[in-house]
Design a protein around this ligand. Structure first.
Ligand code: ZN
Length: 138
């Protein structure tokens, strides 16, 4: 299992419904310090949220202000990655779909104009059963 796999499967692991997944994830945790740190951070967060009152540490505000003032760039642990080539291809496809969609109503109205109008049945009253009959309209 790779660290990427671990992060992708982490929520399912936390649910604890799959014993095979749990065994694989715990085997990875035993050999990977980075994922172990991630797991411990999440566990601490979940434990904190389960308590009624969350209290920041005494120096929290001071440390937060210092980090904000430093302009520190914190890298996300799991950033989404989209290839520039794929992103460009998707942009071209989206543009082509937009052009196609903008022309499509004209094609539909032309095709609809070529269809014969539907014939509407005209009800005719009769003296006997079934009392009303339908004949092709004018
Ligand atoms: Zn790992």
């Amino acid at each position: 299992m790779t660290c990427k796999d671990f992060l992708l499967l982490y929520s399912a692991y936390r649910d604890g419904a799959n014993p095979r997944l749990t065994a694989a994830m715990e085997a990875h945790l035993a050999v990977c310090a980075a994922c172990e740190a991630h797991d411990q951070a999440v566990r601490r967060g979940v434990d904190a949220l389960r308590r009624e009152v969350i209290l920041p540490s005494d120096d929290f505000v001071e440390r937060l202000d210092a980090r904000l003032a430093s302009g520190e760039d914190v890298e996300e642990s799991f950033r989404p990655h989209v290839s520039p080539v794929v992103a460009s291809a998707m942009a071209v496809l989206l543009l082509a779909l937009a052009v196609f969609a903008s022309r499509r109503p004209a094609m539909v109205s032309t095709a609809a104009a070529q269809v014969d109008p539907p014939s509407v049945a005209r009800p005719v009253a009769t003296a006997g059963i079934p009392f009303v009959a339908f004949v092709p309209g004018p």
